[in-house]
Write a new protein. Structure first.
Length: 222
């Protein structure tokens, strides 16, 4: 049974999430502040943490930093903040995904399923990935239909394909593909994503697999 720690200072949200998750066979513990969350995570070792950013004692980003000092447990952030800055900061700190308040339980459950699948320790690394009508072979770096990519396009695409469903932040993409000196060059991401969509999406103007999360990053949707 998957163990989920839900961290939020709103009692009604804690209660609603506990009821919905338990009904779907999750084992659930809750915490109403950052300090309690860090202690429970250390004592209980959950398989997943759902974390509100706006906590009364610690900022949610500080909680993420505290967790990432010793665990790689998947973290889904709940954010009621309108701007993207806090979400980007949370992702850069090590969160795996985010859901904006108010949210539907079906959306949250879908994100939970996606991150727990990725976190499965026994899941073998995929050698090939289906992207629409194309089969992408990550070992031989070939794509069905004779599609050819530049080395930079390959690096960008591989990061997304190896993390299906996960939001990859702009900072992570720029650092891993171009290097830490290119963190302000977000136009590189827009340019290369446009190129990948032209080569791989049936309708590049309306992509269904290579998705943009405005102001935050990109996601491969299988």
């Amino acid at each position: 049974m998957t163990r989920v720690l839900v961290v939020d200072d709103e009692p009604q949200i804690l209660r609603a999430l506990r009821i919905n998750l338990v009904a779907r066979q999750f084992e659930v513990e809750t915490a109403a502040d950052g300090g309690s969350a860090l202690r429970q995570a250390a004592d209980w070792h959950p398989d997943l943490i759902v974390l509100d950013l706006g906590l009364p004692d610690l900022d949610g980003v500080d909680v993420i930093h505290g967790l990432r000092g010793w665990t790689k447990v998947p973290i889904i952030v709940l954010s009621g903040r309108a701007g993207s800055g806090d979400k980007v900061e949370a992702l850069d700190a090590g969160a795996d995904d985010y859901v904006t308040k108010p949210f539907g339980i079906d959306e949250l459950l879908a994100r939970i399923r996606a991150v727990t699948r990725r976190a499965s320790a026994h899941e073998p690394e995929q050698a090939s990935v289906r992207l629409g009508e194309h089969l992408v072979d990550l070992t031989s770096k070939t794509i069905s239909g004779g599609v050819r990519l530049t080395p930079t396009e390959w690096h960008f695409l591989e990061l997304l394909l190896r993390n299906p469903g996960k939001l990859i932040s702009q900072r992570q993409l720029l650092t891993e593909v171009w290097g830490s000196g290119y963190l302000k060059e977000t136009h590189y991401l827009r340019q290369y994503m446009a190129q990948l969509r032209r080569k791989l999406e049936p309708d590049p103007a309306h992509p269904v697999h290579l998705l943009t999360e405005p102001g935050m990053g990109y996601r491969f949707q299988p």
